[in-house]
Design a protein around this ligand. Sequence first.
Ligand SMILES: [Zn+2]
Ligand SMILES: [Zn+2]
Length: 584
Amino acid sequence: MSSLEHKRHTLAHLLAKAVLGDYPEAKLAIGPAIDNGFYYDIDFGNGPVPTDATLERIEARMKKFLFCWDSFSHRTVSGEAARQLFADNPYKLEIVNELISKGETITLYTVGSGESEFTDLCRGGHSENPKKDIAGDSFKLDKIAGAYWRGDETKPMLTRIYGLAFDTKDELDAYVAQVEEAKKRDHKKLGPELDIFTFSPLVGPGLPLWTPKGTMLRNLLDDYVWRLRRAAGYDRVEIPHITKKDLYITSGHWDKFKDELFRITTREGHEFAMKPMNCPHHTQIYARKMWSYRELPQRYANTTTCYRDEQSGELSGLSRVRAFAQDDAHVFCRMSQARDEFIKIWDIVHTFYGAFGFKLRVRISKHDPENPDAYLGDKARWELAEGILEGIAAEKNADSFIGIGEAAFYGPKLDFMAKDAIGREWQVATIQLDMNMPERFDLTCVNEKGEKERIVMIHAAIMGSIERFMSILIEHTAGNFPLWLSPEQIRVIPVAEAHHDYAQHVFDGLIDIGIRATLDASNETLGKRIRAAKNDKLPYFVVIGDKEVAAKNLTLESRDGGSRQVELEALGNDLLAEVETKKI
Ligand SMILES: [Zn+2]
Ligand SMILES: [Zn+2]
């Protein structure tokens, strides 16, 4: 446990102590450290429950007690003594009884003295000297929520008080600022505001609908990935969105995915399923004929929608949906070709994410040697495969780390993490080596000796789920899409009716060379139309008045407030050149 975790855990005790000051009848349940701080679940019974307004008072009390907490002491107690001690607290009692039944020792931790003294049932892991170790301004209470005891909805609902805690005030402030910024960028808010996607109660939750603008964005992204793939020798394939049950029995997904599968029974009583992934279908394209080793690798790319029956409570905007398109691809090759194929995909991943200014880290996800039964295939092949991945990360001089036990059961992976504009890290693309599916579907090639040789399969989605990638991209850019990706790249705004003809001429010229321009000659005031262009986060707009008509010279206004003079003749080519650079 890191010392920050110790601090957070200590602060949970401090929160409990402070709460008891105002609510002596409250029953404490559990209070762990979490990713950004700590919480404590508390049963306030029929008495008053703290509100956001009382959090401040509780926080002040925490700071007062912290000043008196300079060391923890602990003692072991017998099961019977612990039962007596917590006789009127059903939550602690339940934990005590569990510890007794598992034959574990029961420890109590005490900190402070006199008025500040506090004892709690605990396993330890605290700051040695809270007063000295924890800066009084490095934490704050955050919010109150309801939480079922043990996360079980049949059990009592408790009050959870959350606190944020970091090593320093600066880190706390930075985190709070990041959360604020994230709220402003929330794709669930921005997406509909910018008219990118929508949900319909008739279609159902988790099933996003894409507007013309959103569809344009998706297609542009997909075209970009396809351009990179085509250069790496990929071919496009297409598959139906349903399959007979037999395919998933063979692949093992019928069992593994059974809760997430949307199942269909035909009128003749045959069982089908909507596809939750594309790999099994793609194996059957490969399996259509016998391949010579000379014809490998076979590289199939396919952007296509998958369906998973996620639980309603888990659905969230575009991050977790029931229907999502994958920019999927599978490479069928010999093990000896896997390295080169990985490198090709690696380069595509870096070019693609680099175009948006994401910084990538890569996790080399390896098997856990202490748990060999969890993985398929023989040890030598795993070591060979993992060695290949480590070699690539080293050769590319990548910011990489090893994740033991993070491999899929069928093979090791490279998992890419992208840091966004406000410092959050998202897991994005993965490249996975699969030694299982070729086995299950008996995929082979004929090698140099004329013998059948087992091949391997590489899963290589770049965006992964386009829906999820869009959610990350919207929040990363705050809706300010680069010019090449903007559904509407420039708006032409005539000042008055006298300028309409000229504005139309400018607009036509842009459309002719393939710029996604619009013309706003509506009756709204000029001020209103300019505000609308800014609200829509258009990369550029131009206002056409007397001066522009006379001089054939335009002022190109950009959404960041900058402007520059451009000759009408040069405008289109300037924009095309910027599109080509994919500048952010
Ligand atoms: Zn503790
Ligand atoms: Zn796959």
